[in-house]
Design a protein around this ligand. Structure first.
Ligand SMILES: [Zn+2]
Ligand SMILES: [Zn+2]
Length: 139
């Protein structure tokens, strides 16, 4: 054990570390203050300086901060925006559509896809248009 004098309250204390500066009481308080200061800094947005280099938390790449609210690199932001869009699309589809499964002979799926693509449609759109036309022609 090492005996130290606390730099804050001046009390003598013992520690296993030879570099301790503060007694356990003051260390806790100092840590709490540091956390508070850090939280306040973060809340006011001062922790991220525009134009500074930050490490992206997702891909660990370095990026330059352009806006105060930027939390990751441009690539990951795009990815996240896309993921959110896909998630909300999926949610919308799930809530508003139903799935109809149908079978085609082997190899025709690709043909169907290719045909839809040649018409500038998705397979889904092609089928629903085909259905409408069938109804028109068959009553
Ligand atoms: Zn102390
Ligand atoms: Zn990134």
């Amino acid at each position: 054990m090492f005996t130290h004098t606390c730099e804050i309250c001046g009390k003598a204390f013992e520690s296993k570390s030879n570099r301790a500066k503060y007694c356990p009481d003051c260390r806790n308080k100092a840590q709490a203050n540091r956390n508070k200061a850090h939280a306040e800094k973060r809340r006011s947005g001062l922790a991220i300086e525009i134009g500074s280099e930050q490490i992206c938390p997702f891909c660990q790449k370095t990026y330059i901060v352009v806006t105060g609210s930027q939390k990751c690199c441009a690539d990951c932001r795009k990815k996240q925006a896309n993921a959110a869009k896909i998630a909300s699309n999926t949610e919308y589809t799930k809530n508003n559509y139903e799935v109809v499964k149908f079978y085609v002979p082997k190899g025709q799926r690709e043909q169907l896809k290719a045909y839809a693509e040649s018409q500038g449609l998705s397979v889904n759109k092609l089928i629903s248009i085909a259905l409408e036309e069938y109804k028109k022609n068959h009553g």
